[in-house]
Design a protein around this ligand. Structure first.
Ligand SMILES: [Zn+2]
Ligand SMILES: [Zn+2]
Length: 281
């Protein structure tokens, strides 16, 4: 068993539950060797609500992520202090929407307490998180195009370690709403993102949360993993995207199988922003 989960949340994230202690104890009881705690840091809400002068559009639209960052870093350091002899605790963040202010994003990820940075795109400019959109009223086509266009900007920036759940909108469009997406339409845009990731030495995440959700599959598909590899991409991490202690490590072994099937000889996790490779084939 590889036993490494590179994507988890606690109640420090607005949509997570449970403590870092509970998460670590659950990971240890399941025999994991390493766990990354990667709280949401939505960069477009780093400052206070007054700073942006807008009202929250839903219950997850918290502001002041600068405070959440501080809480997260203290939590991660303390979890490592308590559980570090039994499990490798990786101090990470999931940085959402870094393309809205790359200067700010760089100052955030320069925090010396960070081992690991996942970059994510949960919402396109002017829209709410994909979780909240009504796909019977939205143009799915336009949304997907915008998603990949903005994602490409993030890939071109390339200062993060790994891109999280590259096919995130599918969790809701296909999974929750049952609207089938013809991926061929976006293949060119998707390929540009994968090529850029590989060129910038950034990794691609295998996110197993879909296995526990209506979507029923891992993000992304094996075909997408293979495309990344075609462009010379070598860095693959696996994360459950657990939002509670029970889900930590969930689907990780299926993810390892998929990485091996796609031809990746190694998986990696991060320490002090440097990849550590583990042989899987
Ligand atoms: Zn995410
Ligand atoms: Zn997440």
């Amino acid at each position: 068993m590889i036993g490494i989960d590179c994507h988890t949340h606690t109640n420090v994230s607005p949509d997570g539950s449970g403590t870092a202690g509970g998460l670590c104890r659950s990971a240890i009881s399941k025999g994991l060797k390493a766990v990354a705690i990667t709280e949401h840091i939505e960069l477009n809400r780093w400052f206070s609500q007054e700073h942006y002068g807008i009202i929250p559009r839903n219950e997850d639209e918290l502001f002041n992520y600068s405070e959440i960052m501080e809480k997260a870093m203290k939590q991660n350091t303390s979890a490592r202090g308590t559980y570090g002899s039994r499990i490798h605790v990786i101090s990470g963040i999931e940085l959402g929407q870094p393309h809205l202010d790359f200067g700010l994003a760089e100052s955030v990820i320069n925090d010396a307490r960070l081992d690991y940075v996942i970059a994510s795109l949960h919402e396109v400019i002017g829209k709410e998180d994909f979780y909240y959109l009504d796909y019977n009223k939205e143009s799915v086509d336009e949304l997907m195009e915008r998603y990949f266009k903005e994602l490409f900007k993030i890939c071109e920036w390339g200062k993060f370690d790994v891109l999280g759940h590259i096919t995130y909108p599918l969790r809701y469009i296909e999974g929750e709403c049952g609207i089938k997406i013809d991926f061929d339409k976006y293949e060119e845009q998707l390929r540009e993102c994968l090529k850029s990731l590989a060129q910038h030495g950034c990794g691609l995440e295998i996110n197993t949360s879909g296995l526990r959700q209506k979507y029923g599959k891992i993000f992304p598909s094996i075909e997408i993993l293979k495309m990344y590899r075609e462009y010379g991409g070598e860095m693959v991490t696996i994360g459950s995207d657990a939002h509670c202690a029970d889900d930590v490590g969930s689907g990780v072994e299926e993810g390892v199988k998929m990485a091996a099937e796609a031809g990746f000889p190694y998986l990696c996790y991060f320490n002090e922003r440097e990849p550590i490779y583990i042989k899987i084939i």
